[in-house]
Design a protein around this ligand. Structure first.
Ligand SMILES: *Cc1c(COP(=O)(O)O)cnc(C)c1O
Length: 395
């Protein structure tokens, strides 16, 4: 008898995690319940003692949330997953679950603003040392990890420069330093990079982005080995309360059914736009990981199976030109989310990254002319025409 091959991602994302109730519903049910009834007192006692499977309280378990977690784990190829109220709740729990005073975190300096706040402002208050390195500089990682560390944290593809961290170089250095590796993989998406396959211990997502994919709800997820997820992560989440709402988990669960189709389509549009706009006279740079002139083109070719849904343009003429370009766009909406069905344009220097001092912006390569584009599900030709008209208006 021939063995059936393991189902592909698109198949897994339609079916994985489904738990039908006695009604036999086709569409996964939304279990909008905080608590669960026990058949008898002995059963309640056994569940609290961990001797019987079953739900107890929605802060740490709910059937709809479990379906979402299992489907996310199937997408990532992870043993287990824990869903959280937002992406930041996932970042926070992954960091805090095992850290203690005297601990040390080594992180890439190009980080989501709130993650940087946790590392820069909050953790030091609790006696944790944080060292930031330039993520693309392997020698800097090597120097920082020549001393013991507890956690290594980085975004696999940085916002907004799309700069990559060489995960295959950093993981062995982290392991040698005794650190767990946590990767925020939002920009690369699980379609194009799966950090666990490269030796990372935990992967985190803001499910607010491509997983929801329609700009509706906040959510997050932490993925990794079962002993970590059902050990320190679950313990932290159970007692600290950043639980995802079952309603949000239900939306995210159903969105996963179209995840591959959506991210593939948006990636194809971003890549087509990058190829068309590369070398445009109004641009200083057109940053997209699969372009031949991407600063880390070799690394991108080795790590990524696709360039992702984000494209960053650096227009000539600084902030004034960038604002004129943004204001001329008719299909791209000026906003700061990403991974939405609607295409979005952002000026990082004046919004998401405005708090960074000028020298830090320079260090991260964030310029006044930079415009970050998140590609949605509109027709690629319409999106490219919108961008070309905006650039033409710059003269
Ligand atoms: C959005 C985002 C977060 C935070 O997620 P929320 O769902 O907004 O809390 C963390 N990391 C990255 C890379 C993000 O893009």
């Amino acid at each position: 008898m021939s063995e059936k091959p393991r189902p592909h991602a698109r198949t897994r994302l339609v079916h994985a995690g489904t738990r039908r109730s006695g009604w036999g519903e086709m569409s996964e049910a939304l279990f909008l319940t905080q608590g669960f009834a026990y058949p008898d007192a002995e059963s309640a006692e056994r569940r609290f003692a961990g001797e019987e499977d079953g739900f107890i309280y929605a802060r740490f378990g709910n059937p709809t949330v479990t379906m979402f977690e299992e489907r996310m784990a199937a997408l990532e190829g992870a043993e287990d997953a824990f869903a959280t109220a937002s992406g930041m709740a996932a970042v926070q729990a992954a960091l805090m679950a095992e850290l203690a005073a005297g601990g040390r975190v080594v992180a890439a300096r190009a980080l989501f603003g709130s993650t940087r706040h946790i590392l820069g402002q909050i953790l030091p208050r609790y006696g944790v040392t944080v060292d930031l390195v330039d993520g693309a500089d392997t020698a800097a990682w090597e120097a920082a990890l020549s001393r013991p560390a507890d956690i290594v944290l980085f975004e696999s593809m940085a916002n907004p420069t799309l700069e990559l961290v060489d995960i295959d170089a950093v993981v062995p250095l982290a392991k040698a330093a005794g650190a767990r590796v946590i990767v925020d993989n939002v920009f690369a998406t699980p379609l194009h990079l799966r950090p666990l396959e490269h030796g990372a211990d935990l992967v985190i997502y803001s499910a607010t982005k491509h997983v929801d994919g329609h700009g509706r709800v906040l959510g997050g997820v932490i993925l990794g080995a079962r002993e970590l997820i059902r050990g320190p992560i679950e313990t932290w989440m159970r007692h600290t309360g950043a639980a995802i709402s079952p309603f949000n988990a239900w939306l995210l669960l159903k969105s996963l059914e179209s995840f591959v189709l959506r991210v593939e389509a948006a990636t194809a549009s971003a890549e087509a736009a990058a190829r068309r706009l590369s070398g445009h006279p109004a641009l200083l740079r057109c940053l997209y990981p699969t372009l031949p002139d991407f600063p880390q083109a070799g690394l991108a070719g080795r790590l990524l199976s696709g360039g992702g849904t984000m494209l960053t343009l650096d227009v000539k003429g600084g902030r004034e030109a960038a604002f004129r370009f943004l204001n001329s766009l008719e299909i791209f909406t000026i906003s700061n989310n990403l991974g939405d069905a609607k295409s979005i344009a952002t000026h990082p220097a004046s919004t998401t990254h405005r708090r960074l001092p000028p020298e830090e912006k320079d260090r991260l390569g964030i310029t006044e002319g930079m415009v970050r584009l998140s590609f949605g599900l509109e027709d690629a030709e319409d999106l490219i025409a919108d961008l070309e008209a905006g650039l033409a208006a710059l003269g």
